[in-house]
Structures are given as structure tokens and as C-alpha cells.
Design a binder for this molecule. Structure first.
Ligand code: SF4
Length: 368
């Protein structure tokens, strides 16, 4: 059973912090893009049973009704399992009731909404085009059309944001009564408007305080913290994203998409011209056992549950302690072993990258 990621690179607005593969929406290019995307799928998909589909972007909801219907007809080629999860990313300002009805018609059962903040001041800094009211209306509309499995993305660490602003965003989220939230810290990537404008970042300490506040707030509301930036009600973890964090294989289709199929990790070109000519791939890597293990460790430790030792041993035929030395990390309570799982102490999950460096250093086989 596999997963499928499909990238729709069009946006009707470019946000000040965005580093994704995207271009301005243009109706002529969309049609061309969908044709080439269909060919890429036809050339690669081997008719396996698919457990999760995720349409991400860009902004998939920037496509008009007809274009979305064309996309969904292409997606109908995938043979879906009984318990499939089918997610589409949407922006509140361009998702109307007609589109939502189309989602339902074609089997979408999970929607992820790019919200980032409910506060006009921060929406303006991020150059987002929706209002709080748009978010509320969209969630209501999704529920009216029987889509309850909803995520919103929020961002913290914006300029002079304070804990009280974070609380306000979390209060708004709670009022929506939806089962999933992804909460990311603002990262200033080169080539983004905020970076070029030399936007002032908040300090690491302030960021860590906000993160701690978010984790505690959501825990009090019975959300399970299951990955560094992801929280859900029981049973509403993102199945698709767990595919990545469990180091399982998935197809990636579309501009700039990544995939992992038949032990090959690949990345598609971010050049629109090349993609439209059918030169899909930028690179491909045959994974060795040690690079798979390295990925398994890095990705699994993103999850609060960490690594299941028995499953690891079954997959790689050795005990994880034979190759990694966790002694000091466990002694310093950075990593814990509960007998079944090895995981990063949740107190330190915010600095998991630093811990991962130490984990990989503990094995001479992995170069970092
Ligand atoms: S953040 Fe999303 S909506 Fe904004 S420019 Fe990037 S891909 Fe488009």
C-alpha cells in the first residue's frame, strides 16, 4: 500500500514568507500543467492500492471549478484502499461552497486550511489575503458538507508576537472545534520577501516559550502532540504525513515534488519550463541500507512516540542499540526508552535537531 503526493504550484497571491515551488495562477498554464501531470502519473503509477492522497501546493484551491474537476478525474486513476485518506490543501479566500461540494463528490475526506493567524496584523505581515471570518465560514461550509476531518496550519514567532497573541489564535482554533492543528515556527528562508526585507526574527528563547505554551494549551484541550509541529484528537493523526515520518514509500507527482519509490528517493524539477516539457526529474538516489537507516532515525524521532524497537529490528535485522550509542543521551534524559519505544523526551522535542546530531554522531557509520 502506498501514498501519493500531488503538487499544484499555483497561487493567486504570493506570501511574504513562502519558499515553496509556486507560480502565479494563470488559467492557460493550469490546463497545460494538468495534462503533463497526468502523463507523469500514467508513466509511473503501477496500479498499487493507495492508502493516502495529499494534494498540496502552492494553493490547490486557486484552481477554478472546472480545473479542479479535471484534476479529480485524473486522481480517479488511483486505486484506493477502503480506509483511504484523501486530503486537499485550501486557502479560505478562494474555496467556495461549489468547490467544497466538488471535494465531497470526488471522495476528499480531509481538508487542510492555510490560516497562519487569525489576527489581521499578522496576516498583513505574512501577506495573506483572508480574514478570520473567511476561516470560520469555510469550516462551517466543510462541516455542512460532511467533511469533519479538518486541519488548520498556524505560524508562531512572527515579529513582535507575544504569548497573548498565541493564546488568541489558539482560542480561535478551539472555537472551530476541529480535530487537527499544525503549528510551525516562522523560518526566514532566503529568497522570501521577509528575508530580503531583513525582517527581524524573535529570539530562540521567545520562540521556545511560545512553543511550550502551545504544547501545554493543546494538551489541556485533549489534543495529542504526536509530531514536533502536529497535534490531533485521538484517531485524527494525518495518515499521509505519518507515511513520511514512518519512512514508508510514496509517490510524489508535480513540480518540485519529492517521492520515495522502490528504494529510490527522487526530487522533481522546480523549473516550470522543464516540467512542461516532460523533464520531470531533477535527481534520483538509490538508497543504501545505511542511508535508509539514517532517514528512519531522523524521521521517526520527529514523532513523540519515536522508534518502535521491535519494528526497527524486524525491518533491518539488527537491534538499534547495536549501531547507535544512546547511553549518554539516555543518562542526560534527552532520550527515553520505555522498553518498547525509544523517543526524545517531549521536554526537548523543540531542539530535536541538536539531539539528532548527537544520535548520528553516536554511530561511526553515519556521516553528518
Ligand atoms: S504560503 Fe501557500 S499560498 Fe502563500 S505563496 Fe506559498 S504556497 Fe502560495
Amino acid at each position: 500500500m502506498k501514498s501519493v503526493y500531488i503538487h499544484i504550484p499555483f497561487c493567486t497571491n504570493i506570501c511574504s514568507y513562502c519558499d515553496f515551488s509556486k507560480i502565479f495562477y494563470n488559467n492557460k498554464i493550469v490546463n497545460e500543467y494538468l495534462k503533463v501531470l497526468e502523463k507523469e502519473i500514467d508513466n509511473n503509477y503501477k496500479n498499487e492500492l493507495i492508502n493516502t492522497i495529499y494534494i498540496g501546493g502552492g494553493t490547490p484551491s486557486s484552481l477554478n471549478y472546472e480545473e479542479l474537476e479535471t484534476l479529480f478525474k485524473i486522481i480517479k486513476k488511483f486505486k484506493l484502499s477502503d480506509n483511504y485518506e484523501f486530503t486537499i490543501e485550501c486557502n479560505p479566500e478562494n474555496t467556495d461552497e461549489n468547490k467544497v461540494k466538488l471535494f465531497s463528490k470526488y471522495g476528499v475526506n480531509r481538508v487542510s486550511i492555510g490560516v497562519q493567524s487569525f489576527n489581521d496584523k499578522y496576516l498583513k505581515i505574512l501577506e495573506r489575503k483572508h480574514t478570520k471570518k473567511d476561516v470560520y465560514n469555510l469550516v462551517k461550509c466543510l462541516k455542512n458538507n460532511d467533511i469533519y476531518n479538518i486541519n488548520i496550519d498556524l505560524i508562531f514567532g512572527i515579529n513582535d508576537q507575544e504569548i497573548k497573541d498565541i493564546k488568541e489564535d489558539l482560542d480561535n482554533f478551539t472555537m472551530l472545534d476541529i480535530p487537527h492543528i499544525s503549528y510551525y515556527s516562522l523560518i526566514l528562508e532566503p529568497n522570501t520577501k521577509l528575508y530580503i526585507d531583513e525582517y527581524k526574527e524573535i529570539s530562540d528563547d521567545e520562540c521556545a516559550d511560545m512553543y511550550e505554551y502551545i504544547c501545554n494549551y493543546l494538551k489541556d484541550k485533549n489534543y495529542i502532540h504526536y509530531e514536533i509541529s502536529n497535534f490531533s484528537k485521538k484517531g485524527y493523526e494525518s495518515k499521509h504525513n505519518l507515511t513520511y515520518w514512518n519512512n514508508e514509500e510514496y509517490y510524489g507527482f508535480g513540480l518540485g515534488a519529492h517521492g520515495f519509490i522502490n528504494n529510490v528517493r527522487y526530487e522533481n524539477t522546480r523549473s516550470f519550463t522543464k516540467y512542461l516539457k516532460g523533464n520531470y526529474r531533477l535527481n534520483e538516489f538509490n538508497m543504501t541500507e545505511s542511508s535508509n537507516i539514517e532517514n528512519e532515525v531522523i524521521l521517526s524521532f520527529r514523532k513523540l512516540k519515536g522508534i518502535n524497537k521491535a519494528e526497527f529490528e524486524k525491518k533491518y535485522n539488527f537491534n538499534i542499540y547495536d549501531k547507535f550509542n544512546f547511553k549518554n543521551l539516555i543518562k542526560n534524559d534527552l532520550i527515553r526508552d520505555d522498553g518498547k519505544n525509544l523517543y526524545i523526551n517531549s521536554k526537548y522535542i523543540f531542539i530535536s535537531n541538536e539531539i539528532l546530531v548527537k544520535v548520528l554522531e553516536s554511530s561511526s557509520e553515519y556521516v553528518i
